[in-house]
Design a binder for this molecule. Structure first.
Ligand SMILES: *Cc1c(COP(=O)(O)O)cnc(C)c1O
Length: 395
């Protein structure tokens, strides 16, 4: 709801934020709650992460670790665990003292990074469809967003187009791979070319890598590892998706000491610190053996295949994702029109399932008009039931 203007006539909400009302996820989750539909809209798992990690949080609280303000950059144990994780999986060497910052989830990391690096009027190029906090974060910083639209089928970034979008006002590239909502994972060739452009134009790069452990085809290639990128890349990740603990909101920023220090400057005035006891538990989670990460990915791969096959049988055109836990579909072949937003609003009543219209992730809603996103981070019996319900659409 738009707040009523006070008598002065000036709107309450700053005009630069006027476009950002209630997020679609809150709206769709409320619809799911009201209708009792299966919620494949918002991307949260329906089983909690590893018991030993949850127990570690309980232990930390009981033992009085993290119940008072932890250190601003994050507790040393977690910063060391993040650095060790970056080295184990990506070969990146970081100084936990100066090159790691703990944040309130990836969301705060993104906002703090944009506020730290973007001046009003700066241009920020980002893949469209966007994860919803990007547009809002760029607007908070007073930046101007410039979309590089990923198009079906394949959703590959058009890198000639990227080169053409760069201007003297371009400050940074805000990139996400594996990409939510399309499931696109950058290839080595694409990452190499993006890095080349960033270096050639002296751009900063912010990479959102929260799905780094959910790659089914190809491999996760952190842009910070490409030539000339370490000193210009802010890498962002989080424990929420990797450990199925999205409510804990423990994320992190890694990069050069200069970049991390800039982000820390803003972070200290947003939340100062966060999630004390959870930081101890996430430090343990990051040190889980490789088997945890492999099993997690293979479990989600099975769920991807289950849902994608079911959606195809139900009559959707399925864009099988290479990564993340979302699948984008095209509803056109169902014969129910091509308006994904209308389709999603009617879906809970029609067959008891909630999904998200991809149109909300685009500046130009027509660009994503027939596309609808489903999350598959749910129990297999829930996915099977959802597929059975969706098969009624074609009948
Ligand atoms: C879920 C998600 C986030 C937010 O992560 P939190 O740690 O919960 O703040 C950021 N980026 C993308 C692409 C996501 O899907």
């Amino acid at each position: 709801m738009t707040p009523k203007p006070p008598p002065s006539g000036r709107p309450l909400l700053a005009p630069r934020l006027a476009a950002f009302g209630t997020t679609v996820f809150a709206e769709m989750s409320a619809l799911a709650a009201r209708t009792g539909a299966i919620n494949l809209g918002q991307g949260f798992p329906d089983t909690d992460g590893p018991e030993e990690v949850r127990e570690a949080a309980v232990r930390a609280i009981r033992e009085g670790r993290g119940n008072q303000y932890p250190p601003g950059p994050g507790i040393p144990e977690l910063r060391e665990a993040v650095a060790a994780h970056q080295h184990r999986f990506h070969g990146i060497t970081l100084d936990p003292g100066t090159e790691v910052l703990v944040t309130a989830g990836a969301t705060e990391a993104i906002a703090a990074t944009l506020l730290a690096l973007v001046e009003p009027g700066d241009e920020v190029i980002a893949f469209e469809p966007y994860y919803d906090s990007y547009a809002a974060g760029i607007a908070l910083a007073g930046g101007h967003r410039v979309p590089l639209t990923l198009r079906a089928p394949g959703f590959r970034p058009d890198l000639d187009r990227l080169a053409a979008l760069i201007t003297p006002r371009t400050r940074l590239l805000l990139l996400n791979s594996p990409h939510n909502p399309t499931g696109m994972v950058l290839t080595r060739e694409e990452a190499t070319e993006i890095a080349r452009l960033a270096v050639a134009h002296d751009l900063l790069v912010v990479t959102d890598e929260v799905y780094e452990h959910l790659v089914y085809e190809g491999e996760h290639l952190p842009l910070a590892t490409f030539p000339g990128m370490r000193e210009r890349t802010v890498s962002i990740s989080s424990s929420g998706k990797t450990f199925s603990l999205t409510g804990w909101k423990v994320g992190w920023v890694t990069g050069s000491a200069a970049l991390v220090s800039a982000v820390r400057t803003v972070k200290q005035y947003l939340t100062f610190v966060s999630a004390g006891p959870f930081q101890y538990a996430v430090a343990e989670a990051l040190r889980l053996p490789d088997a945890y990460f492999d099993d997690f990915r293979e479990d989600l791969r099975r769920k991807r295949d289950l849902l994608c096959d079911g959606l195809a049988e139900a009559g959707f055109a399925v864009h099988r994702p290479q990564g993340t836990y979302f699948v984008t579909t095209d509803i056109t072949p169902l014969g129910l029109g091509d308006d994904g937003t209308k389709f999603c609003l009617a879906l809970p009543e029609r067959c008891g399932v909630v999904a998200v219209p991809n149109a909300v992730f685009y500046d130009d809603p027509d660009a994503g008009r027939p596309l609808v996103r489903f999350a598959f981070c749910k129990r297999e019996d829930v996915l099977r039931e959802a597929v059975d319900r969706l098969k009624r659409l074609a009948q």
